[in-house]
Structure formats: structure tokens, C-alpha cells
Design a protein around this ligand. Structure first.
Ligand code: 87F
Length: 940
């Protein structure tokens, strides 16, 4: 298809070109008529005549700007002035659909919404704008076509007619009515079943054929369990079939799909509620189950239908593991049959028994864990009737299910309990017993870094997933690290006379947009509150993405004389930045926690001192608390905060990904904000002056960097200074020497450590065996584990195990606490030194372009001579060229625009510590005289 179009400006034409690229159509000739300044567009497109409607401009600009911005390879050198609210509204409708790689339930619901609005608009119109088509129509119909290609469905009549009218002029295939009708008939059939899915099918009802449920259907989108599943980004397929009430009926209706589940909701007076998901062929004898779970005095019974309805929000016959989502009180324990864990795909009901959703058992566990429940894997024997032989007593596979560490079985089960055999490959382990690996980190850091990271933050109990993309729950284990950072930071702020304060989280539109440079480029990330209840707010209000525009009007009120300066405030808060790139817990999240400092001073020099003092605090957080070396420096013109005068930064390095990451920033804002917010003071000579301001911030990203830098294949490794627990004491009980004897010995030991000011815990739980505990605390990164067994007691000693290097040292009780206290500093330093060496080994100097990309590929940080911080275009060229070259070398065409990281080399900073720059040294890229050394790298 070829389009010939005339656009009134380059700005207007480029987004349409972008859209065409996205659609893979040729733009033919593109004539740019820049003499037209009107916000309406004159176009000549094959099959269309000229149009002038506001809507066309709005739809056109909004959609195309967004489409364009999603793909950095589009040439968008011209930037247009557009009404941000158009873009925002487009962002809320079209963008989630267009930016998705799969067309899931969420996208389907957005699309259905969009079509419904469009449909009512088109009830009396053929085109959006006037009597003939316009840009808006092209954009909207192209958009519809894109969604159709992704698997979307146009359900509404007017929209379908409209699509065919405009689409035929654009050469899109017609959307046939027959297919629609067939679809509708199919839907009606299903709807007939929907309301009474739990009622037995009429005896004469013909069996419904197996069919895949369209994720874009309204039924799918409105299913809470499937929506939650979608939010977890797991692969699944849902099938519809005849409602099934028993395993036999299910087998008849959908047996061909593969491995189904039987699900039990059990109640025990003493031990509470259990949701059991097992293979239909497993023996789910409740006595054996109770025994297997180590429950004493248990009498497990089927829970009543009422309990099923109230606790799991599901009707009888429709139960599946996903129903656990309803248990917000977390009172139900989830048990999974280990036989299911060995299957590739497992099917269960998503709350209705005429649907079965298939997913991998790992994803089933992911779902359960995302609801805040632990999935306990238990091995049930096969049913007695099963040909495989007599009934076995269920054996607990994971250590978590072991009852007592000291019992024979417990000792034997040590390895199964989660302790890893050194030198045994993960895969081999996985094969041996899938249930074991459930509680262990399943990925190796250097083999599958993102998966490893996800496992570590969940299994260490730092993060739980949440049902809004980009938002995560910070559990006590991670929040406590944040509190350590806060405590340390607050103590440092005192001598600097910076006071904590708190400002509102909302900001009015006029204030947010007062300083244009400041919001420019950031605008798409601002989240707005537009409604209260059903009503629209008189004016939308933004949720703070940062607080300059919230604090500085108050600064204007408070500052009038030099006596009011310096004003030094800090705030601990949450901020919201609605990112569209892939989120990563801690590193890139839509809401995050931070500290933001804002100060005003009488002189530039005072402000500059403050900037450096704040940066020094950030160095302290990274190097002294988190044991992560950083490089401090200035940002180049291109990378600095546009609203300010100069930006300084702390850059950290993550060896496992070969990427740098900005750790924190401190800005010298100059007088820019003072001018905009009318902040003035009478100086000592009585003259009116504008103060010099600074702002600086560090976020919960710190925690993610720490995990990535120090973690290993066993899980988290915490630097002692911020570890919520520094020592855990684990008793190794035996039949002869049980908890009764070991307990007091361990408690006394605990007191010794506590007296040294160490954060210590005695893990005397009898339901977990030592192997399970070793694994658990290793995953959580506790710096020292102290093991106490019968022999240790006899010899008046204990075994000290160091998490970060695996060393084990037997120490007499006398002096053990002093030793541990010293070890904390030894470990802290060793962890820092190890990472510093690794970082320094990846720090190279490059003076010629040819060496640049090969070093980026090695994951190196690259120091080059550079023509100067002001050469923005050249810097952009290096970025683009290095990306193109790296992709070519890797044999790839383009990067996924949703990906949060790029292969391009970016400037990280102009390090404060500059090596000598010999006279006559040339810039490695432009060949001009070099003015400084610049640090480059791939970054987050
Ligand atoms: C996103 C949306 C709107 C960053 C944003 O670095 C505005 C912004 O101004 C924005 N993302 N920024 C820059 C923040 C500057 C500055 N603020 C105080 C800091 C440290 C803490």
C-alpha cells in the first residue's frame, strides 16, 4: 500500500510516518508544507481530500506521538507543541494496547472500552470529523487494524462498519459480517452457561466442544483470577468445555488437554484451612496428608459449601488453586501435589468449571506466591487402585514439610530440605526432585540474571508481586534495609542542619507546569487524579513525581531576607512516575520510596558546597553501608537535569550484567526555580536577590543494586551494616540431644551476641529441620549462621559459618561474640573489596572508536578523552552508532522498545577524579581537542 500525503509541518508528518512504519506500509511521497501554522491539517492522501477538524489533530497527534515515542528508531527530530491532555488520554487508551507484545485480557478490556466509546460516537457519523475521512480516521483505523492483527476483535457494529469504510480506502482487508455473526452465536452459547456454570448440566445437553477462550472476550476480561494471572505475565491458555463436576466428568469433557487437577478445601479444627491441589490420580487421604504435614492431633474434613463460598469466593465444583486469590486474610494454607510439579502444563478451573486454564506448575506456584501464600509441595502416593502398586505413606519432599530437624528422616532429608550439594548442576537437581527446587533459587546468577534476580527477591522475602504492573510490596526484610539507610542518613543530616519535613503528595496542574524545562520530557510519566467517586474533579491534580513544584511556592512564602537562608529541608516520601518500559522491582517501579533534599542559599558557592555534601552522603550509603563502590562525577549537558544548572551523580557498576546504574543525584539548580517561583530575598546590602538552590535524591533502587551486586547462586548476601539480622543461631537437634538441651545453650549464646550490639535471632522452630533453616537464612543473606549441635555443646563451642565466602570456623564459646563482632567489619570490608576489584577489572581506557563497542560488549566501563560536556549531538551520535554497531555484531535488527535496557553506550559521568589529559589528546569520537575524560558504559 502506498500513501501520498501532505502534512503542514515536519512535526505533523513524522508521527504519521512512524505509524506507517509500524504498520509496515510504504509512505510513498511525503510533502511537507511548513507554511501552514494552523492546528488543523491539510492532507492529500490517496483516496482522501482535505480536512480540518479539531478531532483529527487531536487523535492524530496524540496517537502518533505515542506510537512514535514507543519506538526510538523513529526519526523524531522535530517536536511538536501538543496539548498534553490529548496525549494523556491517548496514553490511557491506545498505548497499553499498542505497546503490548501479546494481546492479553487487560489489553482486551482497554480495547473493548475504546471500541464502545468509538461506537457511540459513530452512531450518527460515517467519519470522525466531517463528511469525509481525515487524519484522525487514518490513525484510528490503522490502530484498529493493528489490534486486529494482534488478535483483538471488533465487537461493535458501528465500529466494524467504520473500519470497513475507511479501511477499504487504506487497503485493509474487510472485516466480514458472517464471521461476526458466527462469533456472536458462539458467545451466546457460552453466555447461556455462564450464569449457572455451577449447576449440573441438563441431562440431555450435548457436550460442548473444546475451544480456546479468546482473552479479548468480555467474559475472560471480567474473570478476576485470569486478570490476576495476566498481571503476572505468565503464559497460559484457557479452554472452554462442558461444565464438569467430578474428575470423571472433567476427563470426559477436557481430558484431551492433558494433566488436570482435583482440588480440596479442607478444614481442621486445630490447624485451620487448607486448599489442596493434586493430580486426580493421587491419593489425597487426609490422614496421610496430616501426617505428611507433621500436624499432630489433626482431623481434616471437607470444608462446608458456605466456607467455600465465603473464604474462596467460588461455587462448589469450580475450585482451583487460583481461588486462593480471595484469601486476603492469608488464613488458608496451600498444598500442591509434587506429582503436578513434574508436568509441563497443569490445568485447573479459573473459578468456573466450564473453563480450564493451562499453565506451567512453576507459574501456578508463582500465582499462589503472588497472593502472599506459600505453596507447600507434598508428595502424595498414587491411589491404591493405581497400577503402580501399594500405597506409600506420603513423604515430605521439601524441608519445609519436615517436622523435626533432629529426627532421622529430617537428617536424611537434609539435602532434600533445600541444602545444596556442591558441584551438582541445578538442572540435575531439578530433575531429581522438582519439589525440592521450589524452595531454592532455580536460576544461576551468571546464566539467567533476570530470572535469578526475580527468584532472589521473592525467596528472600523482600518482594511480593502486586496486581498493578510496576508496583511491588516491600516486605519487612527489604523495608528494614530501607529503614537502616534512613537512620544512617538522618544522623548525617543533623550536623548539616538539614531538617526533615513533609509536603502534600498532590500538585496542581498550573504549578507542575510552571517550570517548563523541568516537566518537559517527563510529562508522559506524570499520573493524574481526575475523579472522585463518579464525578470529575474540577481540575485534574497530579501525584508528585518529584517535589520541586510543591515545595518552592512555600519557599517563596518563607524566604524574604538573607536571615531566612540557608533553608535546608529533606523529605522522605513515595513518588509516582508512570513508566512504560518494562518494570524491574526496586530499579524501575511506578511508585518508589526516596529521600529528596531541597535547599536555598544566599550564594552560589554555598549551594555548590551543599551539592557536594549531599553527594558525599550518597557515596556513604553505597560504599559504607551497602559495600558498593561508586564513581562520582558531573553529568554531561545532555544527561543533566534540564530544570537545573548542573547535575552530579554517583555511578555504581553491576558485574553480572556489565551495566552501570545511576545510584543517586545531586543538582545545583542555580536560580532557575527561584525565578519561576518568585523566590527572592533582601541581601545584606538591602538589594533584592534570588537564592541559589539545590535538590538531591536517593531511592529504594539502592536495595536492588545491592541485591544484584552481592547476591550469589544461593540467594541474597547482605553487608552486615544493613542486614536486618546479622547472626542466626540454628540448633542441630538429635534424638539424644533435643531442643530441650540445645535451647538454653543457644539462648545463652544469643545473649552474648546481643550484648555486643549484634542483631541476632535464635531459630528454635521445631517444625523445620536444620537443612531447611540453613537454606532459608542463606537465601535471606544473613551474614553469619552459628550452628550448634550436640558435639558443639560437649566441647563448649559453636560453628560460625560466613555467608559471603562459605567459610566455616569452630569457635570456643568464650570470645565468640567478640569474634563475631569483629567479623562484621571484616565481612563488610571484604565484600566491598571484592566488588571494587571486579569493578576496577572492568574499567578500561579507550582512545579510538574501533575499541569502543568491543569493550561495551565485554561489559566494561570505558573512560575516553572527550571534546567537552556541551557536545550533545555528538554524544547522541555515539549512543546511536554504538547501538547500531553492537546490534550488527550480534546479528540483531533492532531492540525491543519496551526493554528497559539498551546495548548502546551512554555517558555515565565526567568523573571528579580525572586522569591526566596530555596536551594534544584528541576526542576519541570527534577527533577534536579533548577537554576531559568521560566515563561511558551500558546502563540501566
Ligand atoms: C518525572 C516526572 C515529572 C525526574 C520526573 O533528581 C518530573 C520529573 O523533575 C523530574 N523525573 N525529574 C527530575 C527530578 C529532579 C530532582 N528532584 C529532587 C532529583 C532529586 C530529588
Amino acid at each position: 500500500m502506498k500513501l501520498t500525503l501532505t502534512a503542514p509541518s515536519k512535526e505533523a508528518a513524522l508521527p504519521l510516518t512512524a505509524l506507517c512504519k509500524l504498520l509496515n506500509v510504504s509512505t510513498g511521497s511525503l510533502i511537507i508544507d511548513t507554511s501552514s501554522t494552523a492546528p488543523t491539517l491539510t492532507s492529500e492522501i490517496v483516496g482522501f481530500s482535505g480536512f480540518t477538524t479539531t478531532l483529527s489533530v487531536r487523535g492524530y497527534f496524540g496517537a502518533s506521538k505515542y506510537i512514535s515515542s514507543l519506538n526510538p528508531t523513529f526519526d523524531l527530530s522535530g517536536t511538536e507543541v501538543v496539548n498534553e491532555s490529548w496525549i494523556n488520554s491517548t496514553a490511557a487508551t491506545l498505548v497499553p494496547v499498542l505497546s503490548s507484545t501479546s494481546f492479553d485480557a487487560y489489553r482486551a478490556s482497554v480495547f473493548t472500552d475504546f471500541c464502545a466509546k468509538l461506537d457511540s460516537f459513530l452512531a450518527t457519523k460515517t467519519y470522525l470529523g466531517g463528511s469525509d475521512g481525515s487524519y484522525a480516521d487514518i490513525v484510528v483505523v490503522s490502530f484498529l487494524q493493528l489490534v486486529l492483527k494482534k488478535g483483538g476483535k471488533i465487537e461493535s457494529e458501528n465500529t466494524r462498519r467504520y473500519f470497513n469504510t475507511v479501511g477499504s480506502r487504506l487497503g485493509f482487508p474487510e472485516l466480514k459480517e458472517e464471521e461476526k455473526k458466527k462469533e456472536k452465536a458462539g458467545e451466546k452459547k457460552k453466555e447461556g452457561k455462564k450464569g449457572d456454570a455451577a449447576a449440573p448440566p441438563p441431562a440431555a445437553a450435548a457436550a460442548a466442544p473444546l475451544a480456546t477462550v479468546d482473552p479479548s472476550s468480555a467474559d475472560y476480561a471480567s474473570n478476576k483470577l485470569l486478570s490476576h494471572l495476566t498481571s503476572l505475565n505468565v503464559t497460559s491458555t484457557t479452554h472452554s468445555h462442558t461444565p464438569a463436576f467430578t474428575s470423571d466428568e472433567l476427563e470426559a469433557a477436557a481430558g484431551s488437554l492433558g494433566q488436570h487437577t482435583k482440588n480440596l478445601f479442607l478444614k481442621d479444627k486445630k490447624h485451620g484451612l487448607f486448599l489442596v491441589t493434586a493430580s486426580p490420580t493421587s491419593d489425597t487421604n487426609t490422614k496421610l496428608l496430616a501426617k505428611s504435614l507433621g500436624l499432630t492431633g489433626a482431623n481434616m474434613r471437607m470444608a462446608t459449601e458456605e466456607l467455600l463460598n465465603t473464604k474462596l469466593d467460588v461455587k462448589k465444583g469450580c475450585l482451583g488453586p487460583m481461588c486462593i486469590l480471595a484469601d486476603s486474610e492469608k488464613e488458608i494454607k496451600v498444598i500442591i501435589d509434587s506429582a503436578l510439579m513434574e508436568k509441563d502444563v497443569v490445568y485447573s478451573h479459573p473459578g468456573r468449571n466450564d473453563w480450564s486454564v493451562g499453565m506451567s506448575p512453576k507459574d501456578m506456584v508463582k500465582f499462589i506466591e503472588s497472593t502472599g501464600h506459600e505453596a507447600q509441595v507434598v508428595e502424595f502416593g498414587a491411589k491404591a487402585t493405581d497400577a503402580s502398586g501399594p500405597l506409600d505413606v506420603p513423604v515430605k519432599k521439601s524441608g519445609k514439610q519436615q517436622k523435626k530437624g533432629g529426627e532421622k528422616g529430617g537428617e536424611k532429608g537434609g539435602e532434600k530440605g533445600g541444602e545444596k550439594k556442591k558441584g551438582q548442576s541445578q538442572k540435575a537437581k531439578k530433575k531429581e526432585g522438582a519439589a525440592d527446587t521450589l524452595l531454592a533459587i532455580q536460576f544461576k546468577k551468571m546464566e539467567s540474571f533476570p530470572d535469578w534476580y526475580s527468584d532472589v527477591i521473592r525467596l528472600s522475602e523482600m518482594i511480593s508481586y502486586y496486581n498493578i504492573s510496576g508496583c511491588y510490596i516491600l516486605r519487612p526484610w527489604s523495608y528494614s534495609i530501607w529503614e537502616s539507610i534512613q537512620d544512617w542518613f538522618n544522623a548525617q543530616l543533623k550536623p548539616l542542619e538539614v531538617s526533615n519535613s513533609y509536603f502534600p503528595m498532590f500538585v496542581s496542574k498550573s504549578r507542575l507546569e510552571k517550570e517548563k524545562d523541568h516537566v518537559e520530557g517527563f510529562a508522559p510519566e506524570v499520573a493524574w487524579v481526575t475523579k472522585s467517586g463518579d464525578g470529575d474533579l474540577a481540575e485534574p491534580i497530579a501525584i508528585r513525581p518529584t517535589s520541586e513544584t510543591i515545595m518552592y511556592p512555600a519557599f517563596s512564602d518563607w524566604i524574604s531576607s538573607h536571615r531566612d537562608l540557608p533553608l535546608k529541608l529533606n523529605q522522605w516520601s513515595n513518588v509516582v512516575r508512570w513508566e512504560f518500559k518494562n518494570p524491574t522491582p526496586f530499579l524501575r517501579t511506578r511508585e518508589f520510596l526516596w529521600q529528596e533534599g531541597h535547599t536555598a542559599h544566599a550564594t552560589y558557592d554555598e549551594a555548590d558546597t551543599m551539592v557536594m555534601q549531599a553527594l558525599e552522603l550518597y557515596r556513604g550509603v553505597y560504599e559504607d553501608l551497602l559495600a558498593i563502590p561508586v564513581i562520582r562525577g558531573f553529568k554531561t549537558e545532555k544527561e543533566r537535569f534540564a530544570g537545573g544548572h548542573q547535575t552530579t551523580t554517583c555511578e555504581a557498576y553491576i558485574p553480572a550484567s556489565g551495566r552501570a546504574i545511576q545510584g543517586a543525584t545531586s543538582h545545583n539548580l542555580g536560580q532557575n526555580f527561584g525565578k519561576m517561583f518568585d523566590i527572592t530575598f533582601q541581601d545584606q546590602d538591602g538589594k533584592t536577590a534570588i537564592p541559589w538552590q539545590t535538590s538531591w535524591g536517593i531511592t529504594t533502587r539502592t536495595i536492588g543494586v545491592m541485591v544484584m551486586v552481592h547476591g550469589d547462586d544461593q540467594g541474597l548476601v547482605l553487608p552486615p551494616r544493613i542486614a536486618p539480622l546479622q547472626i542466626v543461631i540454628v540448633p542441630i537437634a538429635s534424638k539424644k540431644c533435643g531442643y530441650d538441651k540445645l535451647g538454653p545453650y543457644c539462648e545463652a549464646l544469643k545473649e552474648k551476641f546481643a550484648a555486643q550490639g549484634l542483631r541476632v535471632k535464635y531459630d528454635g522452630r521445631t517444625i523445620y529441620n536444620p537443612g531447611w533453616k540453613f537454606n532459608h537464612w542463606e537465601q535471606k543473606g544473613v551474614p553469619i549462621r552459628v550452628e550448634v549441635g550436640p558435639r558443639d555443646m560437649e566441647n563448649n563451642q559453636a560453628r560460625v559459618c560466613i555467608r559471603h565466602n562459605g567459610e566455616k570456623i569452630d569457635k570456643p564459646i568464650d570470645g565468640i561474640a567478640e569474634f563475631a563482632k569483629d567479623q562484621m567489619e571484616v565481612i563488610q570490608k571484604a565484600m566491598f573489596d571484592k566488588i571494587k576489584k571486579e569493578r576496577d577489572d572492568h574499567l578500561v581506557t579507550v582512545t579510538e572508536w574501533k575499541d569502543f563497542v568491543p569493550n561495551l560488549e565485554k561489559g566494561n566501563l570505558i573512560l575516553t578523552p572527550w571534546c567537552g560536556p556541551e557536545f550533545q549531538e555528538e554524544e547522541e551520535e555515539v549512543k546511536d552508532k554504538s547501538k547500531a554497531e553492537a546490534l550488527e555484531r550480534a546479528g540483531q535488527e533492532a531492540e525491543d522498545e519496551r526493554c528497559s535496557v539498551s546495548v548502546a553506550g551512554k555517558t555515565l559521568c565526567i568523573p571528579f577524579e580525572q586522569p591526566e589529559l596530555k596536551e594534544g589528546t584528541k576526542c576519541f569520537y570527534t577527533g577534536k581537542v579533548a577537554k576531559c575524560w568521560v566515563l561511558w558504559g551500558k546502563s540501566y
